[in-house]
Every structure is written in structure tokens, then in C-alpha cells.
Design a protein around this ligand. Structure first.
Ligand SMILES: [Zn+2]
Length: 205
């Protein structure tokens, strides 16, 4: 595979949404409308060749690419990983319809090696259900934010627990944010989010 390190998100970015920001300060958008997640870390920009890899993995059922993507996730551990305590790690939940379409739980595939390497506790996937909604990728920013409203239901005790959420792609952050909101409404503590890819190279705020 070609050298992927050029795609690493290493510029100064907002700690809450990972979009480029001056000196790594919280960006204007997050100051105005603070997200529910406490920190967001993104490994790589959503560009080639990762884009194609992800497409084949998720939409063409090439589960054999899991190993490569797992390695890419472990290649850049979040700076907060060693400083914070996590009671459990949550693989971004999928609706049962989406799970059938994809044939496997792709975010869970990404999460297994993290849990193993970092000796963390994996939150049972059955503890959270996700109502089926239109795929976020088919929607514009504003629609993405409202599309996921109340789509998650947490069926376990989360009071005072700190979580690490893992997803493959973060775009607007709507999925992370909605899940963090749901967990915090049920008393969860801090919520950290880690995505393999996302964002663009432009400063938006
Ligand atoms: Zn921000």
C-alpha cells in the first residue's frame, strides 16, 4: 500500500470536532454550539486510498480488509488515550437493517484490536440499539444533524461511566454527538470519540 502517513491529521485541529483551527483552539462552531463529546481524535483525512478501502470493506463486503484497517487505526493512537480512564469502549452501533446490508459489524471489527491492545472493556453491542434511518452519507449537513435525533436507546446502566466511542468515518460528527447525548442523558461521565478517518484540510470557521 502507498504511504498513508501523508494523510495523517497532524495540523492544529479543534479538540472537539477535529476541523483545522488556529493553534488547536476550540473552533467557533464548537464554542457557539458545544458538542456532547469531550474530545474527538481523527487518524487520517478521508481521502484516497483510504476512501476506496473503506468503500470495498463496507459496501462490497470485503471483510478481509479488516486487518489492514485495524492496523491503520492502531497506527495513530489518540493523544488522550494514555491520560484518560475509560470504563468501556463502544463500537458505533448499527441498526439491524444496516447490519444485514453490510453483512458484518464493521465498527466492531475496528474496535476489537483496540480493546485487546489497550486492555479495555468492550461495551456489549446489545446494550445499545440504533433505530434505522437514512444513511448519513446521503444527506446534507443540516439534514444529518436532525436525521439521527433519538435514534439510539441505551439498555444498560451507564451512570458515572466514561466511554470511548469508535467509528470508521466522522463527517459532521452527528453520530458521535447523538450517541454521546443519549449516554449523558442517562448519567454517563466523559465521552471521548475516535474515528479512523474524517474531515477536510480546509479551515471552515
Ligand atoms: Zn470544533
Amino acid at each position: 500500500m502507498e504511504d498513508i502517513s501523508t494523510l495523517a491529521v497532524v495540523n492544529d485541529v479543534c479538540p472537539l470536532c477535529a476541523t483545522p483551527s488556529i493553534s488547536g483552539d476550540i473552533c467557533g462552531r464548537c464554542l457557539q454550539n458545544p458538542p456532547y463529546i469531550d474530545r474527538l481524535w481523527v487518524n487520517f483525512y478521508y481521502e484516497e486510498p483510504i476512501k476506496t478501502l473503506l468503500h470495498h470493506w463496507k459496501f462490497r463486503g470485503q471483510i478481509e480488509l479488516s486487518h489492514c484497517l485495524q492496523q491503520l487505526l492502531l497506527k495513530r493512537l489518540p493523544e488522550f488515550l494514555s491520560d484518560e480512564h475509560f470504563d468501556a469502549v463502544i463500537a458505533m452501533p448499527m441498526s439491524s437493517k444496516r447490519l444485514l446490508e453490510h453483512g458484518f459489524h464493521h465498527t466492531l471489527e475496528l474496535t476489537y484490536p483496540v480493546v485487546k491492545q489497550q486492555q479495555l472493556h468492550l461495551f456489549d453491542v446489545h446494550h445499545i440499539t440504533r433505530e434505522h434511518r437514512i444513511a448519513q452519507s446521503k444527506l446534507k449537513r443540516k439534514e444529518r444533524l436532525s436525521n439521527l435525533k433519538n435514534c439510539f436507546t441505551v439498555h444498560a446502566e451507564v451512570e458515572g461511566m466514561n466511554f470511548l466511542l469508535i467509528d470508521d468515518v466522522v463527517t459532521t460528527g452527528a453520530s458521535f454527538n447523538e450517541l454521546a447525548k443519549t449516554l449523558k442523558k442517562q448519567g454517563a461521565g466523559k465521552i471521548y470519540a475516535w474515528a479512523l478517518t474524517g474531515q477536510t484540510r480546509q479551515i471552515k470557521n
